[in-house]
Design a protein around this ligand. Structure first.
Ligand SMILES: Nc1ncnc2c1ncn2[C@@H]1O[C@H](COP(=O)(O)OP(=O)(O)O)[C@@H](O)[C@H]1O
Ligand SMILES: [Mg+2]
Length: 259
């Protein structure tokens, strides 16, 4: 029998299998991380365009913390935060870190195909120093502060003073600090994080997000002192270059007339 030995794959639980068959589940970088998978594509360009606008909103180049959030789960926050952080990491001489501040359902490490290690929660609880747990995210110079050891009381761990101290430390080393968060409506975490950050981006999943929920989330973020910078719209199918040729802008072959 031919047995696949793939170091990048995990074997499924043996009891899921018939005796002489090995099922492999690919453990790979999330396919929607377009900066990683399709850096020359239209979607990656859209993320860079958002990044450019955010850079333009920061003319002094002061270090900035930016929270990425949305009303409910599954709207693409983590994918948006990772893509945006990768786009910032493409800028020359800019140190960038992505913080997984979703202590309830962390997924940054999984999407980057990295193992879970000590991180954000451990730093907030004073168990370790932030410099000890920062590590490369696997894209350019982007660094990652993973969510860390699971805690039973995320709302208590996320105190305003601890967050202020951590953001202050990170600003000594990084120009852009992108923060992935849990959704706004089910818990107070995202509101607290947005209140301590310099800016907040709202993710809205076209055709899936409910307007009422997104509006309610915006209200909560504003009440918590969040500084809303813009909206990150995901799943723009109608504006896909495959469905609208006017939006395609692939480089022409060298011998073709550009007009
Ligand atoms: N642009 C997209 N189109 C389709 N699916 C997406 C897109 N972005 C993310 N997803 C998928 O949707 C699911 C939820 O995305 P995720 O970023 O984890 O959401 P959240 O962090 O808001 O819970 C994941 O399985 C992810 O792979
Ligand atoms: Mg998420």
């Amino acid at each position: 029998m031919f047995r696949r030995k793939n170091p990048d794959a995990v074997e499924a639980e043996p009891n899921d299998l018939t005796e002489d068959m090995v099922v492999v589940v690919d453990r790979a970088v999330n396919p929607y991380l377009v900066l990683f998978h399709e850096p020359a594509g239209y979607r990656a360009e859209q993320v860079r365009s958002l990044r450019n606008r955010l850079v333009a909103m920061n003319p002094d180049g002061e270090p900035k913390t930016m929270v990425v959030t949305s009303a409910v789960r599954g709207e693409g926050k983590t994918v948006a935060a990772l893509n945006l952080a990768m786009a910032f990491a493409e800028l020359e001489r800019q140190q960038v870190v992505l913080v997984d501040a979703d202590l309830r359902r962390p997924s940054c490490e999984r999407y980057l195909n990295l193992n879970a290690e000590a991180g954000f929660a451990d730093v907030l609880l004073g168990r370790t120093g932030v410099d000890k747990v920062l590590r490369p995210a696997g894209y350019r110079q982007l660094m990652l502060l993973g969510s860390g050891t699971r805690v039973g009381n995320p709302a208590e761990v996320l105190s305003a003073s601890r967050l202020d101290e951590l953001f202050h430390r990170l600003k000594e080393r990084f120009q852009y600090i992108i923060v992935d968060t849990p959704p706004v409506l089910p818990s107070t975490d995202a509101g607290v994080l947005a209140g301590r950050a310099d800016g907040t981006l709202m993710v809205v999943r076209l055709e899936k997000s409910l307007k009422k929920q997104s509006r309610e989330a915006v209200r909560v973020l504003q009440d918590m002192g969040g500084n809303l910078l813009g909206t990150f719209v995901t799943e723009l199918r109608g504006h896909d270059p495959e469905s609208d040729q006017r939006l395609a802008y692939d480089p022409l072959p060298a011998d073709e007339d550009p007009t």
